[in-house]
Design a protein around this ligand. Sequence first.
Ligand code: PGA
Length: 256
Amino acid sequence: MKRNVLVVANWKMHGQLSWIEKFVKELNRGLALETAEHLVLCPPFVYMEHLYRSLIGTGIRVGAQNMHGTSQGAFTGEVAASMLVDVGCKFVILGHSERRTQCGEDDRQVAIKFELAKQSGLTPILCVGENAEERAAGLTEVVIQRQLDAVLLHAGQEAFSGAVIAYEPVWAIGTGNSATPEQAQAVHAFVRRHVSRHDPDAAAVMPIVYGGSVKAANARLLAEQSDVDGALVGGASLVVSDFLAISEGFMSAVAR
Ligand code: PGA
């Protein structure tokens, strides 16, 4: 039996109201009841409340793609954790590699957001992962340990209790070049071992999801890995039939 399975759609900067309405309608049509509670949809901020309302009664939850690291104040263009909670958001993706590289977010800023998310009642989905050069240099575990340690240092030994970690190798995101199931399993096992040194109870139940070119074709094999508890899906989450097939791939692992 798998840990709590989560399949998270990261829509990034895609979608519009009419598209979302169609997406939700088609998703509900194809979805088994027991799968819904394992799904999280992360739209752009402006669509959060609309999406939340259109999902009431379905069991599908809503997440954000980012938040600010302060609770309120003079931060033009930013969104606070409490505002996300206010409009029905339950999860927040933090430290996505696109934010680390394009917006200059560093480990410490991500750790500050992580702690605030938890305090605000959101479940953080912490993204960790190495880039191609780091993998080639044999630094995968060094990089991921550094990213995890920043959170442990800031938010304490029990930081990962109630949290989700997403292993997202940067070289696999949006490239069509997914990590192999074996590569994903090795890093997921490392992440769990490392968290377990600080909080064995949290490590045992914490979902560790894989992200990076997850598709219908590779979902099932990834799902079969003992430490792969779900997926963070970018491109393929924009196509209902693909997202449904990926979800089913992971749900088949729940039953085992
Ligand atoms: P991808 O993106 O599925 O398009 O590779 C994953 C992500 O960035 O979370």
